[in-house]
Ligand binder design. Structure first.
Ligand SMILES: Cc1cc2nc3c(=O)[nH]c(=O)nc-3n(C[C@H](O)[C@H](O)[C@H](O)COP(=O)(O)OP(=O)(O)OC[C@H]3O[C@@H](n4cnc5c(N)ncnc54)[C@H](O)[C@@H]3O)c2cc1C
Length: 420
């Protein structure tokens, strides 16, 4: 990568989007400073399921999701919950979401989402090879496990679309999927194996990225919450954090689920809702798993990592809050033996349940590109359910944009000004 000094960049937010931006920018010769309001350990990029998902080419806003969501809302253990509220933010987000939950939006978006994820997956490989990262990156694919005929039909149909998009995917019989998991009995009708997918251990990734960028000279200011901006003549000049002021030539705004509130301080409208999810770790005995999976009817993610299995799920759309709804965690625990009858996973204690907020845009597409109003500001956020997967692609696109190079993939659908 280019090592010439290009000027200074200030990044807001130290989740995967901010850290990957720092990684590519510092390697590109920029003088990089990163601000985070916490210690970089309390964000969505740690306890997630660690899946790299070219398979997720369908945006969250898709046909059928609204009706399904309404059904689930009345079940306290269900995987999806919208807190009934008349908050203008939720209503406005919901209206936009409904407008996009249709087949033509899915058809239009799928190739761009696929390409961003494929690019990101290749960049993860490159990072491991180039910089000796060791975060358990594996390419065994993800098993989409189903138990019902209805889900089988939907999933196999989706797999056909995936194939037509050029993704490496195979429909497996019950016997074929069992062969892939020799240590744990499966009670399923079959599976679709997205061999194009991968997984990793997010804690190791994040810890190593932080150490790497620090060692390369990125100045990280922890416990430094952005409180305002200074701009003139259509450009940002400085970021304010309480009494501190950070000037730079260029700025990158991430911030995960907090992106809209930070953006608002700069006069920008970027609609997002936090989609709270939970996860916990379990140490398996003899019944270890060889592959990550999604338990489709239950919407539970299962990922072997660090000698454990991480179970994750639920999507609660509500204002940012730290309440852990143990009945939803119970919903995750109850689902496991329905698919893996020998895995009798005990209910975790509340203190061992992790939660994080997926940054969910109303059309299910990320925000990636230059701000229209502030011409030296690039926005990278709204990764939603695939923000970890998209991290390196976010970082690479950010560095390409600031370096005045053409990004390696089309980003026009991810225009961060599309709701402004
Ligand atoms: C249960 C669960 C499972 C998931 N599984 C997967 C998966 O398998 N694969 C996948 O790709 N994705 C998954 N995700 C989604 C993924 O974790 C997120 O999309 C991703 O981590 C978002 O990264 P981010 O950098 O945008 O935000 P975050 O990681 O949340 O980071 C945002 C940062 O901004 C900082 N910040 C906020 N406000 C300010 C401020 N005012 N000033 C300075 N800093 C500020 C925060 O402190 C934080 O550190 C999952 C999410 C959940 C909840």
């Amino acid at each position: 990568m280019n090592q010439e000094n290009k000027g200074s960049v200030l990044i807001i937010g130290g989740g995967i989007a901010g850290l990957c931006s720092a990684y590519y920018l510092v390697n590109d010769g920029w003088k990089v400073t990163l601000l985070d309001r916490g210690d970089l350990k309390d964000n969505c990029s740690y306890g997630n399921a660690g899946m790299l998902v070219p398979s997720h080419f369908t945006p969250l806003a898709a046909p059928g999701i609204v009706a399904q969501g309404i059904k689930w809302m009345f079940n306290s253990r269900s995987p999806f919950y919208v807190k009934p509220s008349l908050s203008t933010k939720l209503v406005s987000w919901g209206l936009k979401f409904m407008k996009h939950a249709n087949a033509s939006h899915v058809q239009l978006s799928a190739p761009s989402i696929r390409d961003l994820n494929l690019l990101s997956s290749a960049l993860y490989d490159e990072m491991v090879k180039r910089d000796d990262f060791a975060f358990e990156l594996q390419h065994k694919g993800i098993l989409m496990l189903y138990k019902t005929e209805k889900m089988a039909e939907e999933e196999i149909h989706l797999a056909e679309t995936a194939k037509s998009l050029g993704l490496d995917v195979a429909a497996l019989s019950k016997e074929q999927v069992q062969q892939l998991e020799p240590h744990a009995r499966l009670d399923v009708l079959g599976a679709v194996h997205y061999r194009c997918d991968g997984h990793l251990y997010p804690q190791a990734l994040m810890t190593q990225l932080i150490a790497y960028v620090r060692q390369k000279g990125v100045f990280i200011h922890e416990h430094t919450a952005v409180t305002g901006f200074e701009s003139s003549q259509g450009s940002l000049r400085a970021v304010l954090a309480g009494s501190k002021k950070f000037a730079a030539d260029k700025f990158v705004l991430t911030g995960g689920a907090w992106l809209p509130e930070i953006a608002k301080k700069a006069g920008l409208n970027i609609p997002l809702m936090p989609g709270k999810g939970y996860s916990f770790m379990y140490k398996p005995g003899e019944h270890t798993l060889m592959h990550p999976s999604l338990l489709l009817e239950a919407r539970v993610a299962v990922t072997p990592m660090n000698g454990h299995i991480r179970f994750g799920g639920t999507m609660e759309l509500a204002a940012l809050n730290k309440v852990i709804h143990m009945n939803r965690v119970q919903g995750i625990v109850d689902a496991i033996p329905r698919y893996y009858p020998e895995l009798r996973v005990p209910m975790p204690e509340k203190k061992n349940v992790w939660f994080g907020f997926r940054p969910c845009s109303p059309d299910g597409l990320p925000y990636l590109g230059y701000s229209r109003r502030l011409k030296n500001l690039v926005i990278a956020g709204g990764g939603g359910m695939m923000g970890l997967s998209l991290g390196p692609a976010f970082g690479k696109v950010v560095s390409d944009l600031l370096g005045e190079r053409q990004p390696l993939t089309a980003i026009s659908l991810f225009n961060p000004n599309r709701f402004a």
